[in-house]
Design a protein around this ligand. Structure first.
Ligand SMILES: C[S@@+](CC[C@H](N)C(=O)[O-])C[C@H]1O[C@@H](n2cnc3c(N)ncnc32)[C@H](O)[C@@H]1O
Length: 224
């Protein structure tokens, strides 16, 4: 694990509920391509952006996140049930989703989650990486790179068996956001990196809208 789950604290959940990039729907439309499931289990659901994007693909979505701050701010929807209690997760699901969460999950935890997936069920690993560095360069700020692996998937777990790989892809895209949305994105990033709060306030952004580049990562496996 490169970051402890406690890194997702109250401040970060506030930034997350203010804005998430419109990339969840795009990635799921690529990886799930019109499939439909009875029960989707979204592990590391944060404030629910990945659960909301899963709605068209499942009758029921269950969002789990160990961060109470995230679950408390999760977006309500009649199709979605949220919990931060492992013991409340269903024993069976036919879609198991890790959206931006796999980097925090070790082999022991992964087994606890995958044992809830039916045989023949589908496991997806999704993430995106927004290119903040080029935007911050415009205001003379350089951020250090981290060892966070956005492309992490089942192949990164040694001796992890029982799944057949169907898809592994990386694509690139871009999206527009306004200044407030940009500040939420960068605020969450700084919070996660442990940067001081006043750094964001000190940046003099001079545009009202920004185009951000992003890399999209997704892979899909079937349990046998
Ligand atoms: C980058 S956020 C992704 C949130 C959401 N899936 C989304 O796409 O907006 C990663 C989430 O993983 C959660 N997380 C951290 N450690 C975890 C673990 N061991 N098991 C499940 N989720 C975890 C964090 O609390 C955080 O909400």
């Amino acid at each position: 694990m490169s970051q402890p789950s406690s890194a997702y604290n109250n401040s970060e959940s506030i930034y997350y509920s203010a804005y998430r990039p419109p990339l969840h729907e795009l990635i799921l439309s690529e990886v799930l391509k019109g499939r439909h499931f009875k029960t989707a289990l979204d592990i590391g659901c944060g404030v629910g952006a990945s659960c909301i994007a899963l709605i068209p693909y499942a009758n029921t979505v269950i969002g789990y996140d160990p961060s109470q701050a995230m679950i408390e701010k999760a977006t309500s929807h009649p199709t979605i049930t949220y919990t931060n209690r492992l013991e409340e997760l269903p024993d069976y699901c036919d879609l198991l989703c890790f959206f931006g969460s796999l980097e925090y999950i070790d082999t022991v935890m992964l087994k606890k989650y995958t044992q809830r997936l039916n045989k023949g069920g589908c496991l997806i690993c999704c993430d995106f990486e927004v290119d903040y560095a080029s935007i911050l360069k415009l205001v003379d700020i350089t951020i250090e790179t981290t060892d966070y692996n956005h492309a992490k998937n089942l192949s990164n777990y040694q001796d992890f068996q029982g799944f057949k790989e169907q898809v592994v892809k990386v694509e690139s895209t871009s999206f527009n956001c306004n200044l407030e949305q940009l500040k939420s994105l960068i605020g969450a990033e700084f919070e996660h990196m442990g940067k001081p709060k006043d750094l964001l306030d000190s940046i003099q952004f001079d545009q009202e809208t920004y185009e951000l580049k992003a890399a999209l990562y997704y892979s899909m496996y079937i349990k046998h």
